[in-house]
Design a protein around this ligand. Structure first.
Ligand code: ZN
Length: 310
Protein backbone atom coordinates (compact mmCIF):
# COMPACT_ATOMS: atom_id res chain seq x y z
CA UNK A 1 0.00 0.00 0.00
CA UNK A 2 2.82 2.33 0.93
CA UNK A 3 4.55 1.51 -2.39
CA UNK A 4 1.37 2.34 -4.31
CA UNK A 5 1.18 5.72 -2.60
CA UNK A 6 4.77 6.50 -3.54
CA UNK A 7 4.12 5.52 -7.15
CA UNK A 8 0.99 7.62 -7.30
CA UNK A 9 2.93 10.54 -5.88
CA UNK A 10 5.46 10.24 -8.71
CA UNK A 11 2.72 10.06 -11.33
CA UNK A 12 1.15 13.25 -9.99
CA UNK A 13 4.50 15.04 -9.97
CA UNK A 14 5.16 13.99 -13.59
CA UNK A 15 1.72 15.13 -14.70
CA UNK A 16 2.26 18.51 -13.05
CA UNK A 17 5.54 19.17 -14.89
CA UNK A 18 4.01 18.10 -18.23
CA UNK A 19 1.34 20.81 -18.33
CA UNK A 20 2.74 23.43 -20.74
CA UNK A 21 -0.70 24.99 -21.37
CA UNK A 22 -0.15 27.04 -18.21
CA UNK A 23 2.88 28.78 -19.71
CA UNK A 24 2.93 31.55 -22.34
CA UNK A 25 3.44 30.20 -25.88
CA UNK A 26 3.95 32.73 -28.68
CA UNK A 27 1.70 32.25 -31.73
CA UNK A 28 2.18 34.30 -34.88
CA UNK A 29 -0.85 36.41 -35.83
CA UNK A 30 0.54 38.79 -38.51
CA UNK A 31 3.94 39.41 -40.15
CA UNK A 32 6.47 39.75 -37.31
CA UNK A 33 3.58 39.86 -34.82
CA UNK A 34 2.78 37.38 -32.06
CA UNK A 35 0.51 36.88 -29.08
CA UNK A 36 0.35 34.71 -25.99
CA UNK A 37 -3.15 33.79 -24.87
CA UNK A 38 -4.05 33.59 -21.18
CA UNK A 39 -6.38 30.98 -19.74
CA UNK A 40 -10.13 31.59 -19.42
CA UNK A 41 -9.97 31.36 -15.65
CA UNK A 42 -9.56 33.32 -12.47
CA UNK A 43 -6.01 33.85 -11.24
CA UNK A 44 -4.72 31.05 -8.98
CA UNK A 45 -1.32 30.03 -7.58
CA UNK A 46 -1.36 27.10 -10.07
CA UNK A 47 -1.90 29.27 -13.18
CA UNK A 48 0.28 32.09 -11.79
CA UNK A 49 -2.35 34.63 -12.87
CA UNK A 50 -1.95 33.69 -16.54
CA UNK A 51 -5.45 34.94 -17.39
CA UNK A 52 -4.73 37.79 -19.82
CA UNK A 53 -3.12 38.12 -23.23
CA UNK A 54 0.02 39.93 -24.35
CA UNK A 55 1.17 40.75 -27.89
CA UNK A 56 4.53 41.67 -29.40
CA UNK A 57 5.85 42.96 -32.70
CA UNK A 58 9.42 42.24 -33.81
CA UNK A 59 11.29 44.95 -35.76
CA UNK A 60 14.95 45.06 -36.86
CA UNK A 61 15.64 47.61 -34.11
CA UNK A 62 13.91 45.81 -31.26
CA UNK A 63 10.62 44.48 -29.97
CA UNK A 64 7.46 46.29 -28.88
CA UNK A 65 5.34 44.43 -26.33
CA UNK A 66 1.73 45.27 -25.46
CA UNK A 67 0.74 44.36 -21.88
CA UNK A 68 2.94 42.66 -19.31
CA UNK A 69 0.94 39.62 -18.05
CA UNK A 70 -0.16 38.87 -14.49
CA UNK A 71 3.05 37.99 -12.61
CA UNK A 72 6.82 38.58 -12.91
CA UNK A 73 7.50 34.87 -13.60
CA UNK A 74 5.10 34.89 -16.56
CA UNK A 75 6.73 38.03 -17.93
CA UNK A 76 10.13 36.32 -17.63
CA UNK A 77 8.77 33.39 -19.65
CA UNK A 78 7.36 35.79 -22.24
CA UNK A 79 10.85 37.31 -22.53
CA UNK A 80 12.11 33.74 -23.11
CA UNK A 81 9.52 33.22 -25.88
CA UNK A 82 10.57 36.50 -27.51
CA UNK A 83 14.23 35.41 -27.27
CA UNK A 84 13.36 32.20 -29.11
CA UNK A 85 12.14 34.33 -32.07
CA UNK A 86 14.63 37.21 -32.15
CA UNK A 87 17.88 38.24 -30.46
CA UNK A 88 16.64 41.87 -30.54
CA UNK A 89 15.93 43.47 -27.14
CA UNK A 90 12.48 44.53 -25.91
CA UNK A 91 12.56 48.29 -26.36
CA UNK A 92 9.04 49.27 -25.29
CA UNK A 93 6.15 47.89 -23.27
CA UNK A 94 2.82 49.62 -23.92
CA UNK A 95 -0.02 49.09 -21.44
CA UNK A 96 -3.66 48.95 -22.56
CA UNK A 97 -4.74 49.72 -18.96
CA UNK A 98 -3.49 49.38 -15.39
CA UNK A 99 -5.38 46.29 -14.23
CA UNK A 100 -3.43 43.76 -12.13
CA UNK A 101 -3.59 40.89 -14.62
CA UNK A 102 -2.02 43.10 -17.31
CA UNK A 103 0.71 44.83 -15.25
CA UNK A 104 2.14 42.59 -12.49
CA UNK A 105 4.81 41.37 -14.93
CA UNK A 106 6.18 44.86 -15.60
CA UNK A 107 9.22 44.63 -13.31
CA UNK A 108 10.70 41.82 -15.46
CA UNK A 109 10.53 44.02 -18.56
CA UNK A 110 11.90 46.98 -16.63
CA UNK A 111 14.87 44.84 -15.50
CA UNK A 112 15.40 43.84 -19.15
CA UNK A 113 15.81 47.51 -20.04
CA UNK A 114 12.41 48.23 -21.65
CA UNK A 115 10.75 51.65 -21.60
CA UNK A 116 7.16 51.53 -20.33
CA UNK A 117 4.41 53.65 -21.86
CA UNK A 118 0.84 54.15 -20.62
CA UNK A 119 -1.96 56.68 -20.68
CA UNK A 120 -1.61 59.39 -18.03
CA UNK A 121 -4.97 58.56 -16.44
CA UNK A 122 -3.40 55.29 -15.27
CA UNK A 123 -1.50 57.30 -12.63
CA UNK A 124 -4.70 57.73 -10.68
CA UNK A 125 -5.19 53.98 -10.26
CA UNK A 126 -1.47 53.32 -9.76
CA UNK A 127 -1.35 55.72 -6.79
CA UNK A 128 -4.71 54.64 -5.36
CA UNK A 129 -5.38 52.74 -2.16
CA UNK A 130 -7.37 50.26 -4.28
CA UNK A 131 -4.22 49.31 -6.23
CA UNK A 132 -2.16 48.93 -3.02
CA UNK A 133 -4.83 46.79 -1.33
CA UNK A 134 -5.25 44.68 -4.44
CA UNK A 135 -1.49 43.96 -4.56
CA UNK A 136 -1.50 43.16 -0.85
CA UNK A 137 -4.34 40.66 -1.36
CA UNK A 138 -2.71 39.17 -4.46
CA UNK A 139 0.51 38.51 -2.52
CA UNK A 140 -1.57 36.10 -0.44
CA UNK A 141 -4.02 34.65 -2.98
CA UNK A 142 -1.47 34.27 -5.82
CA UNK A 143 1.66 33.35 -3.80
CA UNK A 144 4.32 32.48 -4.75
CA UNK A 145 3.74 33.87 -8.29
CA UNK A 146 2.96 37.24 -6.73
CA UNK A 147 4.98 37.84 -3.55
CA UNK A 148 6.63 40.53 -1.42
CA UNK A 149 9.05 41.26 -4.31
CA UNK A 150 6.20 41.97 -6.73
CA UNK A 151 5.63 45.68 -7.11
CA UNK A 152 3.58 48.14 -9.10
CA UNK A 153 5.74 49.82 -11.74
CA UNK A 154 5.01 53.31 -13.04
CA UNK A 155 5.30 54.09 -16.73
CA UNK A 156 8.42 55.91 -17.93
CA UNK A 157 6.29 57.90 -20.37
CA UNK A 158 2.73 58.94 -19.65
CA UNK A 159 0.95 59.99 -22.82
CA UNK A 160 -1.98 62.43 -22.98
CA UNK A 161 -3.21 61.94 -26.54
CA UNK A 162 -2.66 59.96 -29.74
CA UNK A 163 1.06 59.20 -30.05
CA UNK A 164 3.00 57.53 -32.84
CA UNK A 165 6.02 55.40 -32.07
CA UNK A 166 8.43 54.50 -34.90
CA UNK A 167 10.75 51.55 -34.46
CA UNK A 168 12.69 49.65 -37.10
CA UNK A 169 10.48 50.83 -39.95
CA UNK A 170 7.20 49.93 -38.17
CA UNK A 171 4.69 52.54 -36.94
CA UNK A 172 2.68 52.04 -33.78
CA UNK A 173 -0.22 54.40 -33.15
CA UNK A 174 -1.04 54.59 -29.45
CA UNK A 175 -4.67 55.72 -29.34
CA UNK A 176 -6.48 56.61 -26.10
CA UNK A 177 -9.91 54.92 -26.28
CA UNK A 178 -11.39 55.62 -22.86
CA UNK A 179 -12.92 56.20 -20.56
CA UNK A 180 -14.73 52.93 -21.26
CA UNK A 181 -13.37 49.81 -19.52
CA UNK A 182 -11.03 52.08 -17.51
CA UNK A 183 -10.16 55.78 -17.59
CA UNK A 184 -6.77 55.00 -19.15
CA UNK A 185 -7.84 52.65 -21.99
CA UNK A 186 -5.25 52.70 -24.74
CA UNK A 187 -5.29 50.66 -27.96
CA UNK A 188 -2.31 50.02 -30.23
CA UNK A 189 -2.75 50.15 -34.00
CA UNK A 190 -0.07 48.82 -36.37
CA UNK A 191 -1.21 50.05 -39.82
CA UNK A 192 1.35 48.01 -41.83
CA UNK A 193 -0.25 44.79 -40.57
CA UNK A 194 -3.78 46.17 -39.94
CA UNK A 195 -3.27 44.82 -36.43
CA UNK A 196 -5.16 46.23 -33.44
CA UNK A 197 -4.30 45.32 -29.86
CA UNK A 198 -7.48 46.36 -28.10
CA UNK A 199 -7.18 45.41 -24.42
CA UNK A 200 -10.44 44.81 -22.60
CA UNK A 201 -12.69 46.87 -24.90
CA UNK A 202 -13.43 43.87 -27.11
CA UNK A 203 -15.44 40.74 -26.34
CA UNK A 204 -15.45 38.12 -29.08
CA UNK A 205 -18.61 36.44 -30.39
CA UNK A 206 -20.44 36.55 -27.09
CA UNK A 207 -22.70 38.72 -25.02
CA UNK A 208 -20.55 41.02 -22.86
CA UNK A 209 -21.12 41.68 -19.17
CA UNK A 210 -22.09 45.34 -19.14
CA UNK A 211 -22.05 45.75 -15.36
CA UNK A 212 -22.02 49.37 -14.27
CA UNK A 213 -20.11 50.50 -17.37
CA UNK A 214 -21.44 53.54 -19.21
CA UNK A 215 -22.56 51.84 -22.41
CA UNK A 216 -22.80 55.17 -24.25
CA UNK A 217 -19.06 55.74 -23.80
CA UNK A 218 -18.34 52.10 -24.61
CA UNK A 219 -20.21 52.45 -27.93
CA UNK A 220 -18.20 55.58 -28.74
CA UNK A 221 -14.96 53.68 -28.03
CA UNK A 222 -16.06 50.77 -30.25
CA UNK A 223 -16.89 53.19 -33.07
CA UNK A 224 -13.35 54.57 -32.84
CA UNK A 225 -11.95 51.02 -33.06
CA UNK A 226 -14.18 50.11 -36.04
CA UNK A 227 -12.75 53.15 -37.86
CA UNK A 228 -9.29 51.49 -37.87
CA UNK A 229 -10.61 48.75 -40.21
CA UNK A 230 -8.44 46.10 -38.55
CA UNK A 231 -7.80 42.70 -40.12
CA UNK A 232 -6.59 41.16 -36.85
CA UNK A 233 -7.58 42.08 -33.30
CA UNK A 234 -5.87 40.87 -30.14
CA UNK A 235 -8.38 41.23 -27.28
CA UNK A 236 -7.30 41.50 -23.63
CA UNK A 237 -8.71 38.03 -22.99
CA UNK A 238 -9.59 35.13 -25.28
CA UNK A 239 -8.54 34.13 -28.79
CA UNK A 240 -7.34 36.39 -31.60
CA UNK A 241 -10.01 37.70 -33.98
CA UNK A 242 -9.68 37.65 -37.75
CA UNK A 243 -13.31 38.72 -38.19
CA UNK A 244 -12.45 41.95 -36.43
CA UNK A 245 -15.06 44.28 -37.82
CA UNK A 246 -17.92 41.84 -37.28
CA UNK A 247 -16.84 41.22 -33.66
CA UNK A 248 -16.69 44.94 -32.89
CA UNK A 249 -20.00 45.66 -34.61
CA UNK A 250 -21.77 42.86 -32.79
CA UNK A 251 -20.81 44.25 -29.36
CA UNK A 252 -21.65 47.80 -30.43
CA UNK A 253 -25.02 46.81 -31.93
CA UNK A 254 -25.93 44.81 -28.83
CA UNK A 255 -25.16 47.75 -26.52
CA UNK A 256 -27.04 50.13 -28.81
CA UNK A 257 -30.08 47.81 -28.88
CA UNK A 258 -30.13 47.65 -25.08
CA UNK A 259 -30.06 51.44 -24.89
CA UNK A 260 -32.76 51.83 -27.54
CA UNK A 261 -35.24 49.33 -26.10
CA UNK A 262 -34.64 49.97 -22.40
CA UNK A 263 -34.39 53.72 -22.98
CA UNK A 264 -37.82 53.74 -24.59
CA UNK A 265 -39.25 51.71 -21.69
CA UNK A 266 -37.70 54.05 -19.11
CA UNK A 267 -39.02 57.15 -20.87
CA UNK A 268 -42.54 55.65 -21.06
CA UNK A 269 -42.31 54.60 -17.38
CA UNK A 270 -43.01 50.99 -18.42
CA UNK A 271 -42.15 48.50 -15.68
CA UNK A 272 -38.90 46.66 -16.46
CA UNK A 273 -40.38 43.14 -16.44
CA UNK A 274 -43.04 44.06 -19.00
CA UNK A 275 -40.57 45.84 -21.25
CA UNK A 276 -38.12 42.95 -21.05
CA UNK A 277 -40.77 40.36 -21.90
CA UNK A 278 -42.02 42.17 -25.00
CA UNK A 279 -38.56 43.01 -26.41
CA UNK A 280 -37.51 40.98 -29.46
CA UNK A 281 -34.13 39.43 -28.51
CA UNK A 282 -33.94 37.08 -31.53
CA UNK A 283 -30.83 38.71 -33.01
CA UNK A 284 -28.76 38.01 -29.89
CA UNK A 285 -30.34 35.05 -28.09
CA UNK A 286 -28.18 32.45 -29.91
CA UNK A 287 -24.96 34.03 -28.65
CA UNK A 288 -22.87 32.44 -25.88
CA UNK A 289 -23.64 33.83 -22.41
CA UNK A 290 -26.97 35.33 -23.52
CA UNK A 291 -28.76 33.34 -20.81
CA UNK A 292 -26.30 34.33 -18.10
CA UNK A 293 -25.91 37.99 -18.98
CA UNK A 294 -28.77 39.45 -21.00
CA UNK A 295 -31.43 40.05 -18.37
CA UNK A 296 -29.01 41.71 -15.94
CA UNK A 297 -27.49 43.74 -18.80
CA UNK A 298 -30.98 44.90 -19.79
CA UNK A 299 -31.83 45.76 -16.19
CA UNK A 300 -28.61 47.76 -15.66
CA UNK A 301 -29.27 49.60 -18.91
CA UNK A 302 -32.88 50.31 -17.85
CA UNK A 303 -31.56 51.88 -14.60
CA UNK A 304 -28.90 53.84 -16.51
CA UNK A 305 -31.48 55.18 -18.99
CA UNK A 306 -33.90 55.97 -16.17
CA UNK A 307 -31.18 58.11 -14.56
CA UNK A 308 -30.51 59.94 -17.80
CA UNK A 309 -34.21 60.82 -18.29
CA UNK A 310 -34.36 62.51 -14.86
ZN1 ZN B 1 -8.24 42.26 -18.27
Amino acid sequence: MLMLKVLLGCAVALAATAAPAQAPRAVQIAPGSYMVQGLSALGTPANRNFISNAAFVVTPDGVVVVDALGSPALAQELLGEIGRITPAPVRYVILTHYHADHVYGLQAFKAAGATIIAHRDGQQYLNSETAALRLQASRETLAPAVDAQTRLVAADHWIDGPTTLHLGGVDFLLQPAGPAHTAEDLVVWVPQHRLLVAGDLVFRGRVPFVGQADSGRWIAALDRLIAFDAAVIVPGHGPVSTSARADLELTRDYLAYLRQTMGEAARNLDPFDEAYARTDWSRFEQLPLFGAANRINAYNTYLLMEQSTK
